[in-house]
Design a binder for this molecule. Structure first.
Ligand SMILES: [Cu+2]
Length: 327
């Protein structure tokens, strides 16, 4: 081993570690499927971090294992270890490398945040900021710091807005999302439809306005790589394009109380025709016109039959409704 020069070893180990890290970084399979236009951006960033993390892991663990073997105590050797002092160039090196990595990842993450629309939520509430700025004598005006930029005030909505190319344009579909202990309620302002599940068409630019009724919740769709807190008294928004028909879980990602774990529902991504069909069907349900529906007397129904449609609308399982009415 002594015959092979150290730089050659270093080079070989460097190449091997790089190849392994690149392979792990792009083949880790840790993330669920991508179902939104935003997902790819997040995953690319995650992959880069996986490459760096794998390389660091191999170098650090490799050094530890190498030292354990190479510098183990030999039989009969009871002397002290070598008194090794600090090494300034080495310390500068291992400070500089992580600094460069962290700054690089920081810049990259900000770039992705911008590409996903993180800097432009709330571009539809412009009038609000102007109103505050034009009425400095009202009590409300006192709340605004002197010299505050009304553009910035107008855009103080949290969340992810439109991507750069769609900035200022209204979304194809808007849905109001209300988080409450322990359910998500989806309201379609254009049609008045209320549902316990989120239905959206594929490839459409969807904007959801998120609010909370009681405590902080967090709207999370892992397959979309999107998560946004629902904050009482402070509306937030998310704008996304779903790219694959199917249903994906919506999970509350903020511990919000005793039944937080059950605060789940799903987003159903339809094809355009399917979505229109769903809309038509729901609109028909909201405005029942059949004589049978009008003649229906609630007194003739059992409690379960009476509650079932409401349970459906709130995403509550029919068995649960049946069980409740047994009590
Ligand atoms: Cu929760």
């Amino acid at each position: 081993m002594k015959q092979i020069p150290a730089p050659l070893w270093t080079l070989t180990i460097g190449v091997v570690v790089t190849l392994i890290s690149l392979w792990v970084g792009f083949n880790h399979g840790l993330l669920p499927e991508q179902a939104s236009a935003q997902a790819e951006l997040v995953d690319n960033f995650f992959d880069v971090m996986m490459v760096i993390a794998t390389a660091l892991f191999l170098v650090v663990e490799g050094t530890i294992v190498y030292c354990l073997i190479e510098f183990r105590r030999r039989k009969g050797d009871d002397t002290d270890g070598l008194p090794i002092e600090g090494n300034l160039p080495l310390e500068a090196f291992w400070t500089a490398i992580p600094a460069v990595i962290v700054i690089g990842l920081g810049i990259y993450s900000v770039q992705i945040f911008q590409d996903m629309g993180g800097f432009s939520p709330g571009d539809m509430v412009h009038e609000h900021g102007t109103m505050i700025a034009q009425a400095p004598d009202t009590p409300m005006g006192n709340l605004v710091p002197e010299g505050a930029d009304d553009e910035l005030l107008a855009e103080s909505v949290y969340g992810f807005g439109a991507p750069l190319e769609k900035e200022g344009q209204p979304a194809d579909l808007e849905v109001n999302v209300l988080g409450m202990q322990y359910a998500w309620i989806f309201t379609y302002p254009e049609t008045g439809i209320v549902d316990g599940e989120l239905h959206v068409p594929v490839d459409a630019d969807v904007k959801i306005n998120i609010s909370a009724q009681d405590v902080i919740h967090s709207f999370w769709v892992p397959q979309f790589r999107l998560k946004q807190d629902a904050i009482p008294g402070k509306d937030t928004e998310l704008r996304f394009v779903a790219t694959k028909p199917g249903s994906y879980p919506i999970v509350c990602a903020e511990l919000c109380g005793g039944y937080h774990g059950a605060m789940r529902t799903q987003v159903i991504v339809h094809t355009a025709e399917e979505f229109q069909g769903w809309l038509d069907q729901r609109i028909a349900q909201v405005n029942p016109v059949s004589p049978a529906a009008i003649a229906l007397n609630p007194a003739d129904l059992t409690e379960t039959e009476y509650l079932a449609p409401y349970g459906d609308a709130m995403g509550i399982d029919a068995h649960l409704v049946a069980h409740l009415s047994d009590q």
